[in-house]
Design a protein around this ligand. Structure first.
Ligand code: CDP
Ligand code: CDP
Length: 236
């Protein structure tokens, strides 16, 4: 039995926090697939150029293409490195876990993630990473639908857009006022729309995913729910 738990869902629904804590409770590793898309975006921004306003058309105009980004990823390299029980993103040997959370990366990442060659490369990295490890909780957008469709446990996390905006602002230590929530909620909606409508591997729940609306849950409650499901499915 493949020892993978797939956690998918829209931006700031709590995927990475939940996946990290579930992995800790089970003694498994945690792989945040979004970190790899973000690390590739950072590498392309720093090496190829700014990518205009972050639409795919702008970025192609600046020389961003699938083959070029994949070649860059191999050269630098862009990698996920298992450190303890967590896969951390690296660009040219440097840990970029913090640098990939910038607004500049966030504005460009969904367009880069819509490029077919990029997705093929990222998927291969994920499958290779998981092959060497006893159990992995993987979070992203297409983990249950495309990357590990045979995962025995698939979770699709949701929460209202306003709640997700509030969580993202608090996570960044920003004041949670009405205007900022509205603005952040709109930014999340733009990224979710791009991720849900792309032709390849759009964000959507797998047919056999467990849907978990976390709007009224605490982080600990949703972690407990996933751990309970995992304990019922995976032999210890
Ligand atoms: O943490 P947050 O929800 O802000 O995003 P993320 O998980 O870091 O992912 C950043 C972006 O990468 C997403 O908006 C998607 O465009 C892309 N992504 C993807 O296409 N497929 C995945 N499995 C994971 C991320
Ligand atoms: O990975 P994704 O973008 O889906 O979300 P995240 O980076 O895990 O961010 C979610 C933020 O909301 C974190 O600061 C969590 O502590 C917080 N949170 C949550 O995930 N679930 C709740 N029920 C409440 C808060």
């Amino acid at each position: 039995m493949l020892r993978v738990i797939a956690i998918d869902g829209p931006a700031a629904s709590g995927k990475s926090s939940t996946a990290g804590l579930v992995a800790e409770r089970l003694g498994w590793a945690h792989l945040d697939s979004g970190a790899l898309y973000r690390a590739l975006t950072l590498a392309a921004l720093d090496t190829i150029g700014e990518g205009g306003r972050g639409t795919l058309k702008d970025m192609e105009g600046e020389g961003w293409s699938g083959p070029r980004i994949v070649a860059l990823a191999e050269q630098l390299p862009v990698r996920l490195v298992l450190t303890g029980d967590v896969f951390r993103p690296e660009v040219a040997g440097v840990d970029v876990e913090e640098a990939i959370r910038s607004d500049r990366v966030t504005r460009h990442v969904s367009a880069l993630a819509a490029i077919p060659e990029v997705r093929t490369w990222v998927n291969a990295q994920q499958r290779r990473a998981v092959a060497g490890v006893g159990g992995v909780v993987v979070d992203g957008r297409d983990i249950g639908t495309v990357v590990f469709p045979e995962a025995p446990l698939k979770i699709f996390l949701t929460a209202t857009a306003d709640e997700r905006a509030r969580r993202r602002l608090s996570q960044r230590g920003q004041v949670v006022d009405v205007d900022l929530v509205r603005r952040e909620s709109q930014a999340l909606a733009v990224r979710d729309a791009a991720d849900s409508t792309r032709p390849i591997a759009p964000l959507k729940p797998a047919a056999d995913a467990v849907l978990l609306d976390t709007t009224a849950l605490t982080l600990q409650q949703q972690v407990a729910r996933v751990v309970e499901l995992a304990r019922g499915l995976f032999p210890a």
